[in-house]
Design a protein around this ligand. Structure first.
Ligand SMILES: NC(=O)c1ccc[n+]([C@@H]2O[C@H](COP(=O)([O-])OP(=O)(O)OC[C@H]3O[C@@H](n4cnc5c(N)ncnc54)[C@H](OP(=O)(O)O)[C@@H]3O)[C@@H](O)[C@H]2O)c1
Length: 251
């Protein structure tokens, strides 16, 4: 029997990267998993590769009507949720303060913060007592990296929201934690590189960790599984760093 046998999970942003790897791990542990993402083809390809217990629902977390449709569909299926991994998000290439535009600010906050807030709010009626909500932070929220002010601020907001929601939702028996990935080799990370610069970007990222490498998304998925499962039953309001030591270890 798997760690998540009989559980129903929603993984937002699961067509690629950390979300897809986590959906795969949840399914391997016996869960029934709803996967979301904006691009239909990529999402459906991911769900198809994951088998019968993967269900794709095209969705944009920055669109509140679309979020209502997502949770309406899960309810129409006769399902409730035991696990919400609010993972959809990301950042743009560098946005230093002197060239930051209001549009870029609104875009990043609109997805990473507003989208996550309303994903969790609208999931609440479906979440079972004993359920686990895992938010996605970033090691960049604990460091000052030039050009990442807006992105890292969105992830600092996520950290604080998880603490507040842990307090608000504990009476319902729900736990809320933030998973903090360090540099992880995903399409999202690679997309930050300029033309022909992917290798250099990955090398730079690898050097930023004491372990001297980037993570495989499957390694992040292992950490999400811990927070999602009953193995972490006494943990709420916390951050789990899966960052190769990037934030806490001096190098
Ligand atoms: N990779 C890293 O080094 C790293 C480090 C720290 C934190 N993180 C965080 O980890 C999470 C996953 O990132 P990743 O590296 O795995 O990136 P990724 O490979 O680009 O995956 C992001 C996923 O989210 C979906 N998505 C993006 N915006 C969305 C929206 N508005 N609504 C619904 N789905 C959306 C994407 O699909 P569509 O584009 O088709 O919507 C995709 O499935 C993000 O929150 C990111 O900030 C990543």
């Amino acid at each position: 029997m798997g760690q998540l046998t009989g559980k129903v999970a929603l993984v937002t942003g699961a067509s690629t990267g950390i979300g897809r790897a986590t959906a795969e791990r949840f399914i391997a542990e016996g869960a029934h998993v709803y996967l979301t993402g904006r691009r239909k083809l990529e999402l459906e390809a991911a769900a198809e590769s994951l088998g019968d217990r993967a269900v794709a629902i095209q969705n944009d977390i920055s669109d509140l009507d679309d979020l209502d449709r997502l949770f309406g569909r899960i309810a129409d299926d006769g399902n409730r949720l035991d696990i919400l991994f609010a993972n959809a998000g990301g950042g743009e290439a560098e946005q230093p303060l002197d060239s930051l535009t209001p549009e870029a600010f609104d875009h990043t906050f609109g997805i990473n913060v507003r989208g996550t807030v309303f994903t969790v709010q609208k999931a609440l009626p479906l979440l079972n007592e004993g359920g686990s909500i895992v938010l996605t932070g970033s090691s960049s929220a604990s460091r000052g990296i030039a050009g990442f002010g807006v992105y890292s601020a969105t992830k600092a907001a996520i950290r604080q929201l998880s603490r507040v929601w842990a307090a608000e939702l504990a009476p319902r028996g729900l736990r809320v934690n933030t998973l903090v990935p360090g540099p992880t080799d995903t399409p999202g990370l690679r997309g930050l590189a300029g033309p022909g610069q992917v290798g250099a970007l990955l090398d730079d990222m690898a050097r930023s960790t004491p372990l001297g490498r980037t993570a495989d998304p499957a390694e992040i998925a292992n950490a999400v599984l811990f927070l999602a499962s009953d193995q972490s039953s006494f943990i709420t309001g916390s951050e789990l760093f899966a960052d190769g030591g990037e934030v806490q270890v001096f190098q």
